[in-house]
Design a protein. Sequence first.
Length: 578
Amino acid sequence: MSVLVPISGALEAARAPEALCSFRRSDGRERSWAQFGISVAAARAEIRSRGAERWVLYCEDCYVFDIALSALLREGRTILVPGGAQAALVAAIRGEDSALVGDGSFDPLSGPSLDLRAIAQAPPSAAPPALGPSRSSEASLSLFTSGSTGEPKAVPKRLGQIEAEIATLHELWGPALEGRAIFSTVSHQHIYGLLFFALLPICSGTPFCSERLAYPESIAELGGRSSALVASPAFLKRAVEARIPPLPAGREALVFSSGGNLPEEIGRAAKPVFGADILEIYGSSETGGIAYRRSGLGDPYRPFAGIQVGIAEDGRIRLRSPYLAESGFITIDDLGEISADGGLRLLGRADSVVKIEEKRVSLAEVEARIALTGLSREARALALESAGRQVIGVALSPSEAGRAILVAEGRHALVARLREQLSAYFAPVLLPRKWRFVDALPANEQGKVLKENLARLFRGKEPPFDLLASRISGSSFELEMCFPAECPYFEGHFPTRKILPAVAQIDIVMRLASERLGASLALAGIPRVKFQKPMSPFVAYVLAVRRNASTGSLEFSFKESGTDIVCSSGRLVLGAAG
């Protein structure tokens, strides 16, 4: 097994100078441990010359992040790690006496920062400056997560806690990582990515790809070498839904998942893609890792070594961990139960209990009962204000059975079927009143479905169409959708038959292109469009859109799902967004 070096130590000193430390997918650039050591020393000199004691650290490239983190630790600085680089977020955590360090990813409104990209490309022949001993014992680190008030919440981490957790991970999976390269779909700016993507590779000497995998199609690149993948549940679900081909025999990947719940059926379906069970990690920013299991087997979680887990009288999980500052037990807001063999089963969040007209109901139970209907791949319930009273809303990604009802019978029929089955467990007043059907729940890059993102789905009117599936790759995407009979696009047109007007089709293309391609787009002209077959309710359609940067246009087509029947197609000229 590889030699583990503490993050506070001289990592490069324990490695062969010419050995591979990190590599990039986009340009094939490789960095040796000699280069890493020279870059850390150069970054230390720059940080020392600036004089600031507090540093906000944000990098898109994980290799540059590791250089910055190592340099700041050895200079004994206070390190603030935000989850994003937006100016408002940075301003909320930095204060007046801190500096910024990264790889050029900060919002320009945040002000000037120390950009380490040139330092990270230093040739191994450069002589490192003489800087004296490390001051890592004086350093401190805080992660920032979304707080309940909407303001970023600081989660302090002691180096000893982090190093103890890395040692546990290495003890468990160090042998399995031998000879592999680590890839990641998650950000190292959060605890899961920080441990598995930023720290475990450099502490264990495992080569890693410093750029994240953004699309499920990128999984094919894992087949070129023995690999491990640090993934989110959202990414694994997209990979399963995109029907990614299995990795070749002999190139099976070691895959981790954390940051949210991975449905059992997704865990089972992902195994053939990667050639092995998915390893699920349960934990949080505050606690670090708590337990792990192999997904898709129905097994309970197993606590990591040194962690004691119990259940409080109110059903919440209690734990004592070497990764915490507290020496005794703490109680967290997750509900659980201890299985007969001492494992841990998760039962949802304790704060999911709400009152609807003086009746208490667990939103986690609502979600669990919806799962039993077989009409949902995944659902989240939340309390909403409507007409001055509190009601339950549900955002739901339909299963194949649910999708069939949605397409053939419409939105109201699917709601009626769900409410009918839920009525066996809940009083009428507790049944969900608002529903949103989506192709996927709005997860962040860590795979977590945040309450504020769910609530955003319920603002304004019901969407005019339902998305059934999506696939995005660079400047193009495909979306499968259907239109309910009550869709406002049908109103006022063709009174004897519901037909989707041409102007509505163009509006849908422009709206979804702006949303899915991450840019504000304006229509400047319609030089070529054909409308070949009417589009109606109760039919699934696939919209394919490709942005052509060289011509400044969008090429699109609507087809009936599962066929080659084209309903409309053409090219739209784009102009400057006003």
